[in-house]
Design a protein around this ligand. Structure first.
Ligand code: RB5
Length: 146
């Protein structure tokens, strides 16, 4: 499974930790950057990862900025993206099971690296349940067509 990753300057170290962590679990990572600590604009990376996931070039995406908020907002502007900011494992798991999230976002200034690993684990291991949740996800995606 291929995971697209993107981050801004506030999350380079966190991205590298999580990238190594998921690679060690056997996932392939496509790193869209940034790999610089110089101040940059998070929408650039949110859009890159959003487009990669929406186009099917990656199966899932992980985005990290200071809070996870700005970079997820940018990704969610790409049609087909369901990016969820999760600061704890329960929401991360449910965002996949009920909302079929295809991008996980979190904040490098909000969660520590060990909590981030738990969030990522729960999200990657969870599966979309479909059923009544499919109808609701379809309703969300239909909003993009209006
Ligand atoms: C950058 O300072 C910060 O605004 C960014 O990482 C993120 O938290 C925005 O949502």
């Amino acid at each position: 499974m291929k995971i697209a990753m993107g981050n801004d300057h506030s999350a380079v170290e966190m991205k590298n930790e999580i990238k190594a962590y998921v690679e060690a679990k056997g996932y392939e990572v496509v790193d869209f950057g940034t790999n610089s600590f110089e101040s940059c604009d998070y929408p650039v990376y949110g859009e890159k990862v959003g487009r990669a996931v929406a186009a099917g070039e990656a199966d899932l995406g992980i985005l990290i900025c200071g809070t996870g908020v700005g970079i997820s907002l940018a990704a969610n502007k790409v049609k087909g993206v369901r990016a969820c900011v999760c600061s704890e494992p329960y929401s991360a798991r449910l965002s996949k099971m009920h909302n079929n999230s295809n991008i996980l976002a979190f904040g490098a200034r909000v969660v520590g690296v060990e909590l981030a690993k738990m969030i990522v684990d729960q999200w990657l291991e969870a599966e979309f349940e479909g059923g009544r949740h499919q109808r609701r996800v379809d309703m969300i995606m239909e909003i993009e067509n209006q």
